[in-house]
Design a protein around this ligand. Structure first.
Ligand code: F0G
Length: 497
């Protein structure tokens, strides 16, 4: 495989030093992570969260991917009485669906609602972190119990949840109603994750992943990416003072994303291959060079992305929607949001699990193909779609996502590139806008409503994963010649006729 480094940034001390991770941990880290472990989704082997003196673990010895398990602990000040429910309140999550108690749910809601109601007032000169102001760290006990001094936060999250259904869109949103009409839904919300600091949902996972890199004492972090993970990694690594290395499929990354990675100073390597090749390469590079891997193979990154689910539930005042619909590529987000809903249900934060619909591009549909066979077989394809963010043929989080779909009675659907671009035009013209992959959500909702799978009066939340500015060319007319006119009132009158 040919490697062409665009190498825009001088090497900041690459070499032996960057390969060493922490060989001993401070007592506060050991204490904080004592309730956290890694669980193999294939063979159920359990590993400690950190194996001191060992390279970070991203896979089980059997090759399976790992999932973080945590015994959640309410902050001490919220435990009012030592009664027979105290164990449930302290350790609400035990991994099966009925373990929560109503009292635990009310206390957790109180914790998160109090944090959300504190308006962020930015200190001008202080090193105090504004954790409650982050839409990820507000839920910190459910994300990553790392000591605060390691946390790297912009902050992120707090993204808009737009009511766009025919019935729920309300006054002042006549244009947004077009989206509900296109979908055929009365009560429909779009959660715009493109409003995160680097313009995609990846920031939610990256704040957790880069925090973990800090805990481990990593000097360099890396990922393979279709563009958004790399932009986010580059941004958070720059903030934390870490070296960033990103592998991109040459010719298949939208301009805005590539520009971000370069501008934020990541060593940006375009490979002569697709995302799946880049993914294989980065795993090997990280293993051999001791660089911390920050793809969603990294289980701590998935934990950060759970916050999308928690924040949606909180914005809906803890009334779970009937459906959550999202685009699916490497399947990290399907895994993360599904896990968040399961944990919220186990903690009695919500009273039912939303069903999840994962939408793939028809040209990049390995998960859909497998779903259609009842998941009897894991499929992979040579991916091709206009939605380059989800141009992925062999998704890393396949098993995690399959569990999610099975557990929540979810479904997987596919949509064509034409359907994606048509849906993108509707979202764009409503004034909200998104990148092509995100529009798979609306295309999928429309298809599922037309099929009668989603009923027109069910409450649906669709996730828009990336900002319009990430990919400002696809689906937009490129020839603007006819739009240039003389700067006169008559010329303007003529074009308005
Ligand atoms: N939407 C956007 C805008 C994305 O960037 C991605 C993934 C997805 C949807 C799919 O999410 O992989 O969790 O199923 N982008 C990755 C990247 C692969 O490298 O930026 P997923």
């Amino acid at each position: 495989m040919a490697i062409n480094s665009t190498g825009l940034q001088p090497d900041r001390g690459a070499g032996e030093e960057q390969n060493s991770l922490q060989t001993s941990l401070s007592p506060d880290v050991v204490e904080a992570l004592s309730s956290t472990r890694l669980h193999c989704v294939e063979c159920s082997t359990i590993y400690p969260a950190i194996e001191v003196g060992q390279p970070p673990r991203y896979r089980c010895d059997c090759g399976g991917v790992l999932d973080v398990e945590t015994d959640f602990q309410l902050p001490k000040q919220y435990i009012r009485a030592k009664d027979e429910h105290v164990d449930d309140m302290l350790y609400g999550f035990t991994g099966d669906l009925d373990s929560g108690t109503p009292s635990a749910g009310a206390l957790w809601r109180q914790v998160f609602d109090e944090r959300a109601s504190n308006p962020p007032i930015w200190p001008i000169s202080t090193d105090k972190l504004m954790l409650d102001a982050s839409g990820v760290w507000r839920y910190r006990e459910l994300i990553l119990p790392a000591p605060e001094r390691f946390i790297v936060s912009r902050p992120e999250g707090n993204t808009g949840l737009y009511p766009v259904g025919i019935e729920n869109c309300g006054a002042g949103r006549a244009g947004h109603r077009q989206i509900g009409a296109y979908a055929g839904l009365e009560r429909f919300f779009l959660k715009h994750e493109g409003e995160n600091p680097s313009g995609s949902f990846k920031d939610r996972g990256m704040t957790a992943g880069v925090t973990m890199a800090n805990v481990l004492g990593a000097k360099a972090v890396a990922c393979a990416s279709t563009g958004n993970t790399s932009a986010s990694l580059a941004s958070y690594a720059a903030q934390a003072g870490l070296q960033a290395l990103v592998f991109l499929p040459a010719g298949n990354v939208a301009g805005g994303k590539l520009a971000q990675s370069l501008a934020y100073g990541a060593k940006t390597v375009q490979i002569d291959g697709d995302f799946d090749d880049a993914m294989r390469l980065v795993e090997q590079v990280c293993d051999e060079l001791g660089i911390y891997l920050l793809n969603s193979l990294n289980p701590f990154r998935v934990e950060g992305q759970k916050a999308i689910g928690f924040e949606i539930l909180q914005q809906l005042d803890w009334q779970a929607p009937d459906w959550l619909v999202l685009p699916a590529g490497n399947l990290g987000n399907t895994s993360a949001i599904g896990k968040a809903f399961r944990q919220a249900y186990n903690l009695s934060l919500i009273s039912h699990m939303p069903r999840i619909a994962a939408i793939q591009a028809a040209g990049a549909n390995p998960f859909y193909r497998s779903y259609k066979q009842g998941f009897a077989q894991r499929e992979s394809v040579q991916a091709d779609t206009v939605a380059t963010a989800i141009r992925i043929g062999n998704p890393v989080s396949f098993t995690r996502a399959r569990r999610v779909i099975e557990e929540c009675d979810g479904i997987v659907e596919q949509v064509t590139d034409e359907e994606i671009l048509a849906a993108k035009a509707v979202i764009d013209r409503a004034g909200i806008g998104c990148e092509p992959a995100s529009a798979a959500t609306l295309a999928g909702v429309r298809k599922l409503v037309a099929q009668g799978v989603i009923k027109h009066d069910e409450q649906v939340v669709g996730v828009l994963t990336g900002n319009l500015l990430k990919d400002s060319k696809t689906g937009i007319p490129q020839n603007l010649d006819g739009r240039t006119v003389k700067a006169t009132i008559d010329a303007v009158r003529r074009i308005l006729q």
